[in-house]
Write a protein that binds this ligand. Structure first.
Ligand SMILES: *Cc1c(COP(=O)(O)O)cnc(C)c1O
Length: 350
């Protein structure tokens, strides 16, 4: 790692705590959702932590993400891919890969390709324009399943909001549809994401699919004191300049920046090349428990207005308070954590 680099620190014990807490709380098996680089936490790091502490079932959105997990060569793990893969032959090549059947058309394709249905999960859609076959196709689907003797690994659906009544209604349709087709065709049943899992409102599933909650983040509006944050972003000030010598901060003329109360500018090694977008301009970061504004962001470097209390080498924390940052950025925390790319090293701490 380069000198003075920014780092994302993952607190291993908190991730393990969250996983065990959710498991105990729901009394169901967990499929750990680690899509989008584990929401920016680091796919390889998170899978390694979880797989060595009792989690052997993971889910991702894309085929490429599943390949990245497979490259870790972790024995005895299963990986579910939500989106349809490009070539069904990879399911034959890797029997620990599983895939969601996202339409009736795909179901027929998969029968023709002679894929092992114990690697497939049938997705039920209840009219929210996401993936899955829709309710008016259920008779066709049922006929096809019975005629071809298709025994799936799972039946699944997805809740489109964390609205309690809406989610309960969908679960009800879902369970009735499974019953109608025949329960025996599905060995596991799953629908819950983090929000509905933590609200504890869904009956009838065998597994939950949790992502953000395992990583210690909650959806806006969901409160659970037992979920522990596991993520932080920080790095040192590597250079300090006095305003008196400067015409520009980065590429910005000093007179265009509100510099009141500050006398100096501190530089840090993070920029939009790391996924720290210019949209963060003027966000407050934390140095020695005090807030300072990041006033300019370039590709590799960002510039903070500071005072005499700050010294070279001081630790700068960005996104310390998710709630405040979400309000400032008009973005959810899991969106900006996901945006930070692999140029920032992920470090696992106890
Ligand atoms: C992302 C995703 C999840 C996990 O959602 P969280 O809110 O992160 O728990 C579960 N199921 C599907 C289909 C998803 O796309």
């Amino acid at each position: 790692m380069g000198r003075n680099n920014f780092q994302i620190k993952l607190t291993q014990n908190n991730i393990i705590h969250n996983f065990n807490y959710i498991k105990k709380y729901t009394q169901k098996e967990i499929i750990a959702v680690v899509k989008a680089n584990a929401y920016g936490h680091g796919l390889k790091e998170v899978v390694s932590i979880l797989s060595s502490h009792g989690c052997n079932y993971f889910a991702v959105a894309r085929e490429s993400e599943a390949m990245e997990i497979l490259s870790l060569n972790i024995p005895e793990i299963k990986i579910l891919i939500f989106e349809t893969v490009n070539d069904f032959s990879i399911l034959k090549k890797y029997n620990n890969l599983e895939m969601v059947v996202n339409s009736f058309y795909e179901l027929k394709e998969l029968i023709n390709a002679k894929v092992d249905f114990s690697q497939l999960h049938l997705k039920f859609d209840f009219g929210f324009a996401r993936n899955g076959f829709s309710t008016d196709e259920i008779n066709l689907v049922k006929e096809t399943i019975i005629k071809n003797n298709l025994y799936f690994k799972g039946a699944m659906t997805h809740f489109f909001s964390s609205n309690i009544d809406e989610s309960k209604k969908i679960q009800n349709y879902f369970l009735k549809s499974i019953e109608y087709i025949g329960k025996d065709y599905f060995s596991i049943i799953h629908s819950e994401n983090s929000a509905t899992t933590l609200l504890n409102i869904i009956d009838g599933s065998t597994h939950v699919r949790c992502g953000i909650s395992i990583l210690g983040m909650l959806d806006p509006g969901i409160i659970d004191e037992n979920i522990k944050r596991s993520w932080s972003l920080s790095g040192p000030i590597y250079d300090i300049k006095d305003f008196s010598n400067l015409d520009f901060i980065g590429y910005e003329r000093i007179e265009n920046i509100n510099t009141s109360n500050f006398s100096k500018v501190g530089k840090i090694k993070i920029g939009y090349g790391d996924g720290f977008s210019k949209r963060n301009t003027d966000i407050l970061c934390h140095i020695r428990n005090k807030e300072y504004p990041i006033v300019h962001i370039s590709m590799d470097t960002s510039f903070i207005l500071i005072d005499d209390l700050v010294e070279i080498g001081d630790n700068v924390e960005i996104y310390q308070n998710f709630e405040k940052c979400n309000a400032f950025l008009k973005m959810d925390h899991y969106e900006y954590t996901t945006l930070l790319n692999s140029r920032i090293p992920r470090i696992i701490v106890k």
